[in-house]
Design a protein. Structure first.
Length: 120
């Protein structure tokens, strides 16, 4: 298993990180950005896992609740992208690196999409 971040460095909510796709240790795994949507102190550090949302540049395919990232530079992304509500949990050791963080307006939009997705 690749060595990623340590428990002490568990990612923060709304941090953009790089993870391997598919989620295995095969040599051909592609590195892709993902958005942290769980809180470090409440879940990520104690569980040793993080809940993530997919980040994609795919403009041709749309999903309900896609959120455009309006400030890709702050997020550490090279181009315009979307947060897609394809959610998954990943062992923190598989998180390869941090790219940046969502801007406050982008955080609000993602929060609204998550609220709509998970009606409680």
């Amino acid at each position: 298993m690749p060595l990623g971040i340590s428990e002490a460095a568990a990612p923060e909510l709304f941090e953009v990180v790089v993870v391997p796709f598919p989620f295995s240790d095969i040599p051909r795994a592609k590195k892709r950005p993902a958005l942290v949507i769980s809180q470090r102190d409440l879940f990520n550090a104690p569980a040793g896992h993080t809940v993530l949302a997919m980040i994609t540049t795919a403009k041709a395919t749309k999903w309900p609740l896609d959120v455009p990232i309006r400030d890709p530079r702050k997020a550490g992304l090279p181009e315009n992208s979307f947060v897609r509500m394809k959610l998954f949990t990943l062992d923190n050791r598989l998180i390869l690196k941090s790219l940046g963080n969502l801007s406050v307006p982008d955080r609000r939009k993602v929060g609204e999409a998550l609220d709509a997705l998970i009606a409680y």
